[in-house]
Design a protein around this ligand. Sequence first.
Ligand SMILES: Cc1cc2nc3c(=O)[nH]c(=O)nc-3n(C[C@H](O)[C@H](O)[C@H](O)COP(=O)(O)O)c2cc1C
Length: 310
Amino acid sequence: MEINRPINRRTALKVMGMGMLATCVVPLPSFGKSGKSDKIKRLIFYFSATGNSLYVSREIGGEGSVLMSIAQEIHNDNPVYEADEIGFVCPVYCFIPPAIVQDFIARSTFKADYFFAVGTYGAHSTIFPEFLDNLAKEHGVKLNYISTIQMVDTYLPYFDAEREKADPKNDRIPERIAAVSASINNREDYIQPVTQQDRMICEGYYRGSGRDRQRPTVTRSEKIVFATDACIGCGICTSLCPHGSWKVINGHAVPEGDCENCLACVHNCPQKAISIIPTPPEPQEPNRNARYRNPHVTIPDLIKANNQHS
Ligand SMILES: Cc1cc2nc3c(=O)[nH]c(=O)nc-3n(C[C@H](O)[C@H](O)[C@H](O)COP(=O)(O)O)c2cc1C
């Protein structure tokens, strides 16, 4: 399994320019003009801020799969993809897929015999399967399988990441991933059901928060995050942001631009120097010192996935 291979055109050109293409063992499948690749059995598109969805993608991928980052592929100017099986793996944000994932599905064309999607979540995935099923159908994709996997919750306004990391629910993560993998390997037809209670939870949240029901987490980075005096200007946040919305000015990181609210910058800052600006009625962080990254995923993995400056 290769991560982010085949790479997008922009990156490929850069790699070729560096004379490194000859070192690639696996030839780049030829998406783009023909939109077809004979080499790929399972193609997984993932979005991940703190590694849970990347880890799940790798586990589901196994041998012979290709993983592609949505934060990179969103820039593909000829987004036509073909494989035997195509999957989407992403976090649940305010009960639905992140806007960047919705946008990627909406603007791309996919051809496969079997389509699957997996949402990773912390507390309640509620309407995620139904929302994604409808969204995909609207854009010509009939998903065969949609499920969600409960993992560590990264939404810091509500959850203390230290408590989340220690929660016994995590013991079952490998079991959950294995069950979902087995279902996908068997090409099961299954859309995780959504209950009336799930819908009521969402309704209560959206009414109370006043958030947009299609793009509830889309915002401006300067409205929700800031770098504290602990910032040393290392610039890692500038490479981790899937919208490239951080820059370093006079040795200090400054957010400005589109924001998915993914919190990649907050969780992965090595100095813990990035914090959230409280946005009422959401609570303040219950534990300012708690940060999380999936233990199987590194900062370079997330930079490779999300960096907008290459
Ligand atoms: C902005 C935001 C919104 C979230 N909303 C939900 C949610 O509605 N339900 C839930 O159970 N978890 C929610 N979470 C938690 C994530 O879905 C969960 O931790 C996910 O596994 C993170 O994936 P990643 O590590 O690949 O980024 C949210 C996290 C963030 C950052």
